[in-house]
Each structure stands twice: as structure tokens, then as C-alpha cells.
Design a protein around this ligand. Structure first.
Ligand SMILES: Nc1ncnc2c1ncn2[C@@H]1O[C@H](COP(=O)(O)OP(=O)(O)O)[C@@H](O)[C@H]1O
Ligand SMILES: [Mg+2]
Length: 213
């Protein structure tokens, strides 16, 4: 199973979500390859620095769009799950990953700029779905959300206007504990006795379950 977190816009939690999905699947005893397609290497660095004793996915830094589809298929034969951390700004990488992915997860922040970039990604998904006859499932989800804001209402309305790419009902709130996790060399699933971290870990878990993972 190849799962991609994808959106041309930076800062919408692709790397954060990819690291958390990888860690969550490891807890379920799956073998996991985390593919970092971003030259900034956020998720590779995060995983490399995880505290001793925290299970790590095997990380692959693959940034060549020409070779990417084939490399992902090969990894898909070796691992139960291949989690792809998408690169911001690269339409080539976006296309190459969507060609072979089974599940596309599109995080979006509730902001006008993010929704415009998200629309480009969703159009590419529709085209690919057309070519691959629905082998590619896709969902959007909202991240870094401030509850009850006008922007949130507007973003929900926009994302619900793509009925073929449903909006997941679980939203990931804007929380300092999520922003801090990388610097703490942890994921949200690795805190002992921190209620905020545990609550946000559960939120990510619910999101993954709603996406059928
Ligand atoms: N739910 C959240 N609440 C607060 N900060 C977040 C949240 N999700 C991500 N961040 C922070 O936002 C920034 C961008 O996240 P990142 O996962 O690197 O996005 P991307 O990979 O899409 O560029 C990072 O500093 C990250 O720690
Ligand atoms: Mg990133």
C-alpha cells in the first residue's frame, strides 16, 4: 500500500503527518518505508533524531521525479506500507507519486493561499484518477485549525465542493505540542504522561482510521 501526503503548498503539515502515520503503522507491527521526496529533508531528519528506543521506519530520500514511480512500486513490494512525504512546489514529483499511489491524503490549512494551491493538487488527482480508473483513492483533511473561525467555515465549504475527493471529518488543531514534537526528538505517540500530546496523538489516530488505514 502506497500512501502519499501531497500538496504543492509548504507548511500544511505533510512532513508532520507522514512521520506520524509511519510511527503509527509501526505500532501496528507493519513494516514501513518512509519516502522523503523533499530536498529539505524534514521527515528524514526527524526520524534520524528520534530518541533511542523509539521505533523508526526505514527512510528513503528519493528526489528524482523521473525514477520515483518505479522506485515506489519496488518499495511497495518490500514493505507493508510506503508512506510518501510530498515535496512542496514540485508538480513533477506530485505527478510521479500519484501515478502509483493507492491513497492520496491532502492536508490543507484554512487559508485562502492554501486553498488555491490545494485546488491545483486536486485537479491533478482527478486527472490521474481518470487515467487509473479509481485505483487511486483520495481525501482532503484540515490541519492547523482554530475552531469556530470564519476561515475554517470557508475552508470547509470549499473542500466540500469536491465530492469525488471527500473531506475527512477529523481536523487537526493548531497546537504548540505538535510544532514542538520534532525538536523534542519524539512523535506525539512517544510522550509519557503528557495529556496534550496524547490527545493530539489520538486525533491523528482517528484521522488515519477515518481514511481507512
Ligand atoms: N497541528 C499543528 N499545530 C501547530 N504547528 C503545526 C501543526 N502541524 C504542523 N505544524 C508546524 O508547521 C510547520 C510546517 O509543518 P510541516 O509538517 O513541515 O509541513 P510541510 O511538510 O507541508 O511543509 C512546522 O513547523 C510544523 O511543526
Ligand atoms: Mg515537508
Amino acid at each position: 500500500m502506497i500512501v502519499v501526503f501531497i500538496n504543492l503548498k509548504g507548511g500544511c503539515a505533510k512532513s508532520t503527518s507522514a512521520v506520524h502515520l509511519s510511527r503509527w503503522l509501526l505500532n501496528k507491527n507493519q513494516s514501513v518505508a518512509l519516502v522523503d521526496t523533499d530536498p529539505l529533508s524534514t521527515s528524514s531528519i526527524w526520524v534520524k533524531n528520534l530518541e533511542q528506543g523509539i521505533p523508526q521506519p526505514q527512510v528513503f530520500q528519493l528526489t528524482n521525479p523521473q525514477a520515483l514511480s518505479q522506485e515506489l512500486v519496488k518499495l511497495g513490494e518490500q514493505f507493508n506500507a510506503v508512506v510518501v512525504d510530498g515535496a512542496s512546489g514540485s508538480t513533477e514529483i506530485q505527478q510521479a507519486t500519484l501515478q502509483v499511489a493507492h491513497l492520496g491524503l491532502i492536508p490543507a490549512q484554512p487559508s485562502i493561499l492554501d486553498l488555491a494551491a490545494t485546488d491545483q493538487t486536486l485537479q491533478t488527482i482527478r486527472q490521474t484518477q481518470g487515467q487509473r480508473q479509481s485505483e487511486l483513492k483520495a481525501f482532503t483533511f484540515l490541519v492547523r485549525v482554530t475552531p469556530k473561525s470564519v476561515l475554517l467555515e470557508e475552508a470547509q465549504e470549499v473542500l466540500q465542493s469536491y465530492p469525488d475527493i471527500p473531506l475527512l471529518s477529523v481536523k487537526i488543531p493548531q497546537r504548540q505540542v505538535i510544532a514542538d514534537a520534532m525538536g523534542q526528538n519524539k512523535t506525539l505517540f512517544d510522550y509519557q504522561g503528557d495529556r496534550n500530546a496524547k490527545a493530539m496523538g489520538r486525533c491523528y489516530e482517528k484521522l488515519f482510521q477515518e481514511a481507512g488505514l
